[in-house]
Design a protein around this ligand. Structure first.
Ligand SMILES: NC(=O)c1ccc[n+]([C@@H]2O[C@H](COP(=O)([O-])OP(=O)(O)OC[C@H]3O[C@@H](n4cnc5c(N)ncnc54)[C@H](O)[C@@H]3O)[C@@H](O)[C@H]2O)c1
Length: 367
């Protein structure tokens, strides 16, 4: 069936912008027609670099009647306000992670989406990739028996060595919990269902960090958000997860993520990637076996294909066309609430119970 075409406007033309342009090029029916940025000079440069026909400030993007989807790539502290403005301008919105920086903002965003009649989608979308889908099918097919536990290990993304302006990653709204946590928690919720309660402890590793990235905007950062966190996640199903989320672990040999059941263990690759080996070892097996991917791959692990973005925007377009919507605003809200609960539990040294729940998104593999 021929797909409808959609006209995309991208809001925010910073570091991740190019990876959306190259990733969205996989879907010719999703045409990028305008770039908007509070800094119009950046929008102009980005549009010129990528042959995008129109550019301007943020207001010009909201006002462009020919745009039906805004892809919001602003820093997290701007997400709530910009999502709401875009929805109120009549656009469908896909926003980078995290959905917002607080539970209150997240609720306001969901309410604005409901009022607007437009559709809100949100990153992360890597849980739609072959690795997470393969792990989920393995669990649903009973290959590890009844799930009991999970562990996630988030090491440092080393952003101060490659991001030209990593300040937002070391301020409230950033940190390993809000910046990297969404990928891991989204995959755990996709595989194991919603989270009920969280307890955690956190600290700041080093209060100041040198920035060494090429073309850097600053030479050092003052760190004002915890950079090392240990959390326990209690899922509604009774599964217990442990997560270490850190910008202080530069090197480690621990796996990214494992899921444990009564009959075996699943081991997953980097949740920030779409593809990667999913390994199974059932009790008594002499070695690990690699599971056959249940959906198509973007490309090999270690290639730029894993860093490109756009699958979540295609998912939003499916929903606009009346198909299933998986990377929804409400799924992202549950993930956000879990991550905020990690921060709240650390600050208040108590167990935090989540107010939201969510359905596991419909799988991408054939029923
Ligand atoms: N950089 C990455 O590797 C990466 C990876 C995955 C996800 N993300 C997510 O993508 C988003 C953007 O990250 P980034 O690294 O590209 O940030 P960035 O700081 O490099 O770029 C942000 C851009 O948004 C513009 N902007 C700021 N406020 C705005 C507003 N109110 N309206 C319009 N434009 C505005 C800025 O001028 C800038 O051009 C964040 O949510 C981040 O979590 C980034």
């Amino acid at each position: 069936m021929a797909r409808q075409s959609h006209r995309i406007g991208i809001l925010g033309s910073g570091n991740i912008f190019g990876r959306y342009v190259t990733g969205l090029a996989r879907y010719p029916e999703l045409e990028i027609v305008r770039v908007g940025d509070i800094d119009p000079a950046r929008a102009k440069q980005a549009a010129t670099d990528h042959d995008i026909p129109a550019w301007g400030d943020d207001a010009e993007l909201y006002a462009d009647a020919s745009v039906d989807i805004i892809v919001n790539l602003t820093p997290p502290v701007h997400h709530a306000r910009t999502i709401i403005t875009a929805l109120e301008s009549g656009k469908h919105v896909y926003v980078e992670k995290p959905l917002a920086t607080t539970v209150e903002e997240g609720r306001a965003v969901l309410e604005a989406a409901a009022r607007s009649g437009r559709i809100l989608g949100s990153a992360p979308d890597t849980f739609l990739g072959s690795a997470s889908q393969t792990a989920r099918k393995a669990i649903d097919d009973g290959l590890i028996g009844a799930p009991i536990g999970a562990s996630a290990f988030i090491g440092h993304s080393k952003a101060e060595t490659w991001h030209p302006d990593p300040r937002f990653l070391f301020q409230p709204g950033g940190g390993p919990v809000m910046d990297m946590g969404p990928y891991y928690v989204a995959i755990l919720v996709n595989c194991l269902g919603p989270i009920q309660a969280i307890s955690a402890a956190s600290r700041i590793g080093a209060p100041h960090r040198p920035v060494t990235s090429p073309g850097r905007a600053v030479d050092s950062i003052e760190v004002t958000v915890p950079t090392h966190t240990a959390a326990v996640l209690t899922f509604a199903s009774g599964v217990l997860g442990t997560a270490q989320m850190s910008f202080d672990v530069w090197d480690s040999d621990l796996p990214f993520m494992e899921i444990y059941g009564t009959e075996g263990t699943l081991s997953l690759g980097n949740p920030n990637h779409f593809d990667g080996e999913v390994r199974l070892r059932r009790h008594g097996d002499a070695s690990w076996s690699v599971l056959e991917p249940v959906v198509g791959l973007f490309g090999a692990v270690g290639t730029k294909e894993q860093a490109r973005r756009g699958l979540g925007v295609r998912d939003l377009a499916d929903a606009i066309e009346g198909g299933p919507h998986r990377a929804t605003g409400s799924f992202a809200f549950h993930v956000l609430e879990a991550l905020c609960a990690v921060e709240e539990s650390s600050q208040q040294t108590r167990v935090v119970h989540l107010s939201s729940t969510c359905e596991r998104p419909q799988p991408r593999y054939p029923a």
